[in-house]
Design a protein around this ligand. Sequence first.
Ligand code: NAP
Length: 340
Amino acid sequence: MTEATKFKAYAVLNAGEKLQPWEYEPAPLQVNEIEIRVTHNGLCHTDIHMRDNDWGVTQFPLVAGHEVVGVVTEVGEKVTHLQKGDRVGVGWIRNSCRTCDHCLQGEENICRQGYTGLIVGNYGGFADRLRVNADFTYKIPDALDSASAAPLLCAGITVYTPLRTYIKHPGTKVGVMGIGGLGHLAIKFARAMGAEVTAFSTSADKEAQAKEFGAHHYQKWGTAEEMKAVTGTLDLVVSTVSAETDWDVAFSLLANNGVLCFVGIPVSSLNVPLIPLIFGQKSVVGSVVGGRRFMREMLEFAAINQIKPMIETMPLSQVNEAMDKVAANKARYRIVLLSE
Ligand code: NAP
């Protein structure tokens, strides 16, 4: 057990407020935990939803940050697979029951007892150090630099999971809605999986880069009439959109047997038209991050295929400016916060 010294963090004290320097006394290092010196944090739009308590679940003080890469500095006595100096990543999920059928299949993201995540009073990566259960940390492959690896730990796994699940064969027609942190990685992963990819964006200036990421086609997001050329053509549509839009139009993009998968989490609801749903055998599904099985696989897949996010870096001390940039849809395409 290490001597407890305070961890220096950035915290939100009340909903909607800016983050401010804040310190906390960590609990003693448990036998199955490691301590990490944080070096990099990807900034996810979820950190903004959480700051603003958009989903009504945030506990304050909130130390956000769930795309964390750092170096192991302390190792609990029962941890055998990691040692000091290892470069590891931490994502959204911090623990699970490990005994339910989903956990036993590596789907801790849908643990029947509910996984332990950032939203239940755990402190995240916007800090100099972090103590976490070692079983929910991931060695970063040598082929991935830390700044590129950080966004994979949430954005990467969140899009990898539905793409890996629903792309059944090369040539599957995939639409990606919203070309932000998640969306640009979805284009890269889908392309690497052999899909024919259409990028849907409200931002006209993203066309060239969407194609550089691997999209075969770019479609400016619009009304059903404006997008009628693609209506009824896609086998899988993944929505990474963080705000309200016309979901009826998203549904209308599906071909028969098509799947509309939501990973973006606006506070919204759907009114699915049953006639086309039934007669076209279509599905509307959701997907949340991913379990440990897909996390390990995704990191390996990214390393082998050199799938890296396009990032801009800022110091962690500028986390508020960085959040404003993401909220204004001005990040291109993931901000990675560097610890000083
Ligand atoms: P982001 O970088 O801000 O990207 C979101 C994109 O959505 C924007 O770049 C924009 O793309 C599009 N968009 C924004 N406002 C829009 C509007 N009013 N109408 C249509 N499109 C709009 O955010 P992110 O970090 O990728 O996260 C995206 C969402 O996924 C967030 O809601 C986040 O909480 C959620 N998320 C879910 C999971 C999960 O497990 N399910 C995990 C991580 C994140 P264009 O400019 O191309 O239109």
